[in-house]
Design a binder for this molecule. Structure first.
Ligand SMILES: [Zn+2]
Ligand SMILES: [Zn+2]
Length: 380
């Protein structure tokens, strides 16, 4: 399908922040409903998408197949023809309403792989047809104290893909060109998708855990992010211990080089220099702290988590560190994508059609995905 973008006029709002209100109005106009003086039919082409009208448990099929007009890239924006989009745990938290949703309806999805179809005014970073990826960080202000310190992941005005900005569960998506990345050729579209969140945020977690080459690392939970993190850690010569429930996940962990795989309730076979928790369950934290050597660090890779039970001070004493990991910076993304190509990392994926997004999120909720789930986007 060729996309002839709708020519949106959205006042002060940057055009790349295309709003659904406009989309809905256009569709009504197209159907001859609700037209009044001053309205114009703004575009003919439609985009197929899975949209979230309102959050609900995934068992109730919160996402709906819809056709919306194609958006227009604004200043510095690019229109991406999406080929694949990874499915992340954060998407599950989004559709089920565990995250505060700044807009509805919404198109989720923040591991977008596609090609640049159209450049907005002033966009010069990519050529038309370039293959790019877009991750969770859609925009940061560039002028606050955090942005100026190189901590744009903590920017209070940051916007996130598939949350503030429509994401990649659709045939087309908009992005600010400064927050898109060229993808290494060695990865196909579906293989590249999980690198864009599971991979990049996993890499940031590794960095913040302070792990050094050759040291002992514990991973708690073994989903999309952990299966990439273990490969980076192995590439650095680390010894990796994986704490996870499912036998299938333990098998994959051993295949990917884990020295040991078992339950979090078990004692660790060796004191750990660093640990990373991926499962959003607070009860893991005291268990994982108990596995650390003095001076070790536990990093929490989760955007939301159940309450952490009371922690005895002995678990933290001896200079152990407990810290969270929030989002990522563009530097994390560039470093990780280059590392992924050099290592090279292998992305373990299960591929599904876009229309099955509800079912895929259900599988993710039940821990039934081996590696990462990726949606293949219909091209016509
Ligand atoms: Zn900022
Ligand atoms: Zn994610």
């Amino acid at each position: 399908m060729r996309c002839e973008p709708a020519r949106a006029k959205i006042g002060d709002v940057p055009l790349w922040e295309y709003t659904f209100a406009l989309a809905k109005r256009q569709l009504k106009l197209r159907k001859g409903e609700g037209a009044h003086a001053g309205d114009a039919l703004l575009g003919e082409q439609i985009v197929q998408a899975m949209i979230l009208p309102s959050p609900r448990p995934v068992e109730e099929q919160p996402l709906t197949w819809a056709e919306v007009p194609c958006p227009e890239p604004g200043m510095g924006g690019i229109l991406i023809r999406v080929r694949a989009c990874g499915v992340c745990h954060t998407d599950l938290h989004t559709v089920e309403g565990e995250l505060t949703l700044p807009r509805l309806p919404l198109i989720p999805g923040h591991q977008i792989v596609g090609v640049v179809e159209k450049l907005g005014p002033g966009a010069t970073r990519f050529a038309l047809g370039a293959r790019v990826g877009v991750g969770w960080l859609a925009w940061a202000c560039g002028e606050c104290e955090f942005c100026l310190r190189g901590e744009e992941n903590l920017c209070a005005r940051a916007r996130f893909t598939g949350l503030h900005i429509n994401g990649g569960y659709a045939q087309y998506a908009l992005a600010d060109e400064r927050f898109a990345y060229l993808l290494p050729d060695r990865f196909s579209d579906i293989q590249a998708a999980p690198l864009l969140c599971a991979g990049i945020i996993g890499y940031r977690s590794l960095r913040l855990s302070g792990i050094k080459p050759g040291e002992r690392l514990g991973l708690y939970g073994f989903g999309a992010s952990a299966h990439l993190v273990i490969q980076v850690a192995r590439h650095w010569g680390c010894r990796v211990y994986v704490f996870t429930r499912g036998e299938e996940h333990r098998r994959l962990a051993r295949e990917l080089g884990a020295e040991w795989a078992g339950a979090a309730e078990n004692a660790s076979p060796a004191p750990l220099d660093a640990g990373i928790t991926f499962a959003p369950v607070g009860w893991l934290v005291p268990l994982a702290l108990g596995h650390l050597r003095p001076g070790g660090t536990l990093a929490i890779n989760a955007v939301t988590m159940s309450a952490i039970p009371e922690v005895r001070y002995e678990l933290l004493y001896q200079e152990r560190t407990l810290r969270s990991v929030a989002n990522f910076t563009r530097q994390d993304a560039e470093e990780f994508l280059s590392l992924a190509a050099d290592a090279p990392l292998h992305t373990e994926i299960e591929v599904f059609p876009l229309a099955q997004a509800n079912e895929v999120l259900g599988r993710l909720k039940r821990s039934e995905v081996r590696g990462s789930a990726v949606l293949e986007i219909p091209q016509d």
